[in-house]
Write a protein that binds this ligand. Structure first.
Ligand SMILES: [Ca+2]
Ligand SMILES: [Ca+2]
Ligand SMILES: [Ca+2]
Length: 257
C-alpha cells in the first residue's frame, strides 16, 4: 500500500473514531475501488485530474480509475463507457445493530449536467436506490475538478447492511451530453454498529404480588382458626347433651321405683 494511501486510510480511521457513538460501537469502511485517488493521488475537492489518462490496472474494481464518458457524445463518437458499477462491496461483519451509515463517492471531472442522455444517475445498494439527492451534491461545472460527496444514508438502509453483504448496482452514470471525460476513484460505505443488548433477566416478583401472596396466607390461617374453634364448641355441646340425657334417664328410673 502506497504512503499517500496509508495516510488516507489513517485519516478515514481518525474520522470514524471521531463519530459520536457509544462505548462498544464499532465503525468499519468498505470500498468499491481502491481509494488511491484515480491511481495518481488527487484526493481533495478542488484538485484536478486529467480524465483522459486512465490509471487502471488489473487490481482496480471495474470502471474505476479509468476514462469514462457520457453515453451520448454529441457529434463525437464515445471513446469510453459510462460508469455502471456491478457486484458488491467486500463482505464485512457488524457488531449487531446498525446505527449509522454513510456513502462516499469520489469522482473527477464529473459534470452531472441538467440532462444526462440515459436518465437520472442512480446507485442501488441491495436493491434499494440511494435517494436522487445524492448526485445533486456533485458539481455541475464542466471542469476537471475532483469532488468527494459524503452522504448519510436514511435508516431504511440499516437492516440491509447488518448482514455484512451489500450488492452494488447503478444506472449508466454519465457526464452530461458532450461534457467530455470523467473518472471514478471509489465508492465507500462507512457503517457504525453496536452489540445487541444482553438478554433481560427474569424479573423478580413485584412487591405488590408478594404482598398479595402474604395476605392470602394470612387469610387462610384466619379462616382455619374459627373453623377449629366451632368444631370444638360443637363437640363440647354434644358431650354435654349426652351427659344430660343420661342423668334424666337415671332420674326417671329412680322415680319409678
Ligand atoms: Ca487504482
Ligand atoms: Ca445485505
Ligand atoms: Ca482508485
Amino acid at each position: 500500500m502506497s504512503f499517500p494511501r496509508l495516510l488516507r486510510r489513517a485519516a478515514a480511521t481518525a474520522l470514524a473514531c471521531a463519530l459520536p457513538v457509544s462505548a462498544g460501537a464499532a465503525t468499519i469502511t468498505v470500498y468499491y475501488g481502491d481509494d488511491d485517488g484515480f491511481g495518481v493521488g488527487k484526493f481533495a475537492t478542488g484538485e484536478v485530474i486529467d480524465p483522459l489518462t486512465s490509471q487502471a490496472d488489473g487490481s482496480d474494481a471495474p470502471l474505476t480509475d479509468t476514462r469514462l464518458i457520457a453515453d451520448d457524445c454529441g457529434v463525437i463518437a464515445c471513446a469510453a463507457p459510462p460508469f455502471a458499477p456491478t457486484g458488491g462491496f467486500p463482505v464485512f461483519s457488524t457488531e449487531g445493530v446498525v446505527t449509522f451509515a454513510r456513502l462516499t463517492m469520489r469522482m473527477g471531472a464529473f459534470d452531472r449536467g441538467p440532462n444526462p442522455f440515459d436518465g437520472p444517475n442512480r446507485l442501488v445498494l441491495d436493491g434499494l436506490a440511494v435517494p436522487d439527492q445524492f448526485f445533486t451534491y456533485f458539481s455541475s461545472l464542466d471542469t476537471n475538478e475532483v469532488r468527494v460527496v459524503n452522504y448519510v444514508l436514511p435508516q431504511e438502509f440499516f437492516p440491509l447492511l447488518a448482514d455484512g453483504t451489500v450488492s452494488l448496482a447503478g444506472t449508466h452514470i454519465s457526464n452530461d451530453t458532450a461534457s467530455g471525460s470523467f473518472q471514478v476513484d471509489m465508492i465507500a460505505l462507512t457503517i457504525t454498529s453496536e452489540p445487541p443488548p444482553p438478554p433481560a433477566d427474569v424479573p423478580p416478583p413485584a412487591p405488590m404480588a408478594l404482598m398479595a401472596s402474604a395476605l392470602g396466607l394470612l387469610g387462610l390461617t384466619a379462616l382455619r382458626r374459627p373453623r377449629r374453634a366451632r368444631a370444638q364448641v360443637r363437640a363440647q355441646v354434644s358431650a354435654q347433651g349426652a351427659a344430660q340425657g343420661r342423668a334424666q334417664a337415671r332420674a326417671r328410673r329412680d322415680g319409678g321405683r
